[in-house]
Write a new protein. Sequence first.
Lengths: 449, 582
Amino acid sequence: MNFSEVFKQSNQLCKVSPDGKYLATCVQYRLVVRDVGTLQILQLYTCLDQISHMDWSSDSLFILCAMYKRGLVQVWSLEQPDWHCKIDEGSIGLVSSRWSPDGRHILNTTEFHLRVTVWSLCTKAVSYIKYPKACQKGIDFSRDGCYMALAERRDCKDFVSVFVCDDWHLLRHFETETQDLAGLEWSPNGCVLAVWDSCLEYKVLLYSLDGRLLSTYSAYEWSLGVKSVTWSPSSQFLAIGSYDEKVRILNHITWKKITQFEHPATISNTKAVVYKEVVKRPAVGSDDLSLHNITIGTTLFNTQSKYEICPTPVQLPVVKPDPDRANPKIGVSTVAFSSDSRYLATKNDNMANVVWVWDMQKMSLEAVLEQTSAVRCLQWDPRRPRLAVCTGNTKLYLWSPAGCVSVQVPTEGGFQVQSLNWHCSGDSLILLGKEQLCLCYMDHDQEDK
Amino acid sequence: MRESSSVKDIRSSSVECRPSPMRQFSQSSLPLNRNYMLSDFCKEHNVQECRSHINQEVSSLGLQPVWTEASGSSEMNIIAVLNCMYDLIQLHHRGLRTLENMEVEQLKTSSNVDFLQLNATHLKEQLELSKRENTGLLERERQLQLKVKTLQNSLKNEKEEVQKLQNIISSRASQYNHEMKRKEREFNKLKERLNQLLVDKKEKKQAIDVLNSIGRADGKRSLWKTVKTEAKHEGEMYKTLLSDYDTRQRELLLENAELKKVLQQMKKDMVSILSSRKNALKEDKHQDAGIQADAEEEEEVFDSSKESVELYCDQAREKLTNNIRLQWRRLKSHVERLDSQASLAQRGENKNSDAVARETHEDEMDGLKLEIQQCKDFIQTQQHLLQQQLSSPCDEETASLLSDCFMLQEKERFREEWKSLEEQRKIFERERRNFTEAAIRLSHERKAFEDDRALFLKHQFLSLSPFADTNKPQMTKSKSAFLISKTEASAETAPENLIKCRSGTTSPILRCVQLTPPPTDDLHRTFCLMPDKRSTKPKRKIDHGEESRISLNGNIPVQRKQWNDSEDQNSHSHPKEKTSSI
């Protein structure tokens, strides 16, 4: 494994183009495009204000930079550096901006979710979609880019509109049986739309592309419900993480529950491997423990850490949430399938230090990673069953069925990994710190082991 | 009964008070018996009275009177007296015995009474205790009942509370929902208003500023929205849905086929197992008519199921599953029976196995030992025979065989020697030839020399004469020298020629290999590109795969060079050969 040098970045805005050739990063009001291979700067664009959002078009030809405070969107072309496009939403405000799947339209959501403005870069035409709902995930495009599902709220009722992205033709418009729709997501094959209610009610609805209600699923009533919903890449499973610290897996034929994965504080499953991160601090003499040394120590002494396999049963650290506060830190908030749908990684919020990996073939717990600090981000390799985890310290953690490793990021100045992103080839990882970023190149022989 | 009671009376009276003379007597008789003291009952003057008195007493006791009036004499009938005395003594003894018995009895009864009294007190205590306990329990029961009542009350209260709270919650929820809706409506109104205001406001409008608009990603022009496009969209949607269902159906079909295969396999296995069982049963002749019928039915089931596997309709499926279920049940019962039999058999074995096994084991062991001994003997005799054979002059057959062996070896050795000798001969031959050639040459030279000398002499002779020619002998000399050197060169080139021939034979192979380079060449070219790319990457570690590739890259040019060299060599060697041949 190898690491590049560190580059500046702000707002954690750093994205690799969909074709995997370019790396765009934002530094204050500048947009820097580099070659992923050489990391040479190819283009440098200057925006009108500090960039708050940046995104690549699907064909990797254009980059969108949104400045929400100013209600501005600037688009840059990689092929023609002097081409420019500026969209001003005016005093209506801007809270979200995104590309349409064809890379020729920009969808801007205005402040207060008054409407969604669709700007065409081809014809400069503007169209509006009224009544978008302000929720967790109100817009989703199907994987093939043909359809867009939009959550709407009219007359205190939830609706879903399905648009054809080609010409923004409204294909279907139907009311959903939800109290307060919280999100929607297309299945990867684009034929089923999963819609879930807000956390006050456990309700997941499955609609066909043509608006028929296929099934309704509710595990329990009264207590807080759905926290996260994820489709498996094969569209075969729908994983629902909820506030009762369980993940329920629905199948794609009967839409009934196949199994449920619980997240107990004591792991007694003997087949699961429990990896515990153990930190070894370098031995420091008592006279060295002056303030001076301690302040330097954080940067100078890199604490070594390694994984130890604990024999079951294992007691995991649990934080009891405050019941009086809203959005209690409990329940499964992260559910992620590996690219081959073989493994499922989950994180339970009241055990923030623990990542759970489940085997979807055996429908059982495969591994548990107990970290020393709270897990910030976890992401699967887009090519291999390999999970990257970061916990906001100077280390990168990787899990694969072969084992688990912790890698120190060898940069000076205490690079703390806040977030990470895989390159689409799975050969490298982009590690994002608070103000910096760094690329991590994977060894090829690792996959053979 | 009465007697005993009278006796008792007597005794009791004798014990308690003794007013009667009889008692006095009995009392006096006792000390009399013990101490032999004479009483002053009878004296000289009152014999008569005493006699009558005793007579009376004795008759009252039911004895024969001691003295009878009939006899009329004052003389006492001694026999009668003695008899009477004896009777009296007997009576007295009996009385004493009964007294003792009575005393023992009395003791017993008194102890009995004591025991009973004690028992009674115990029981009384127990009764008291249980009574107390009972009252305690009753009290507790009462308390518990009271508690239950209070709990029931509180439960009712709680239930009411819950109901109340639920009502409150629901009312609040409805109120909240209502409020929410109201707020949302208001919010919507506000949004609408804001929208209107923003649309109306002219100063800062939404705007797009594009340098020059770009083409669509697919290169097509956008179409007008018409009914046609709508229909097209619908069609496409249904197409995608249909294709999805299609793939799903195909997957299911595949899965079904797989499952059916498994089912069929299972059925086949079951049929085989069950049929074997059937046969076994038949052989055992344990089967009755019922089982026979069963078996027939089974057969029918198998046949029908065989058909139904191919069918797809619901009825067939039902039949199939039913058949499978039936068979499975049979198999299960069969296995269970086998299991029980096996366990029974095992148990039986366990019982007998020890005794039987040991015996058989011992027998077996003995047999095996015997066999081993036999084998050992056999081996020994064989060894012995072999040694004998080796030591003694063996018979002709083996001798010839051995000699053949030796002969063969010898032959081989001779052949080898022959070969080496042959080679040596060849070498000698070559040398001889060289020698002969050399001799020939020598003779030639000598001849030439002779000639030269003759010539020289002639010249000398002639030089004495006025004619002189110096050039001629020099020329001839040089000619001869050239001749010698040339022959030498040819001799030298001979082995070289051989080597070249060898290289010539290898060259075709190399040429064959040379046919392959183009693809490797391509590879090389592609690889050449890759390291270029990598090398530009900063700080990138070369992983093993790449290393190996690079080493390959390294190898390929080297190999190529080698090939080139060999090619060159070949190309060079050919002219050489040519020159040499020339």
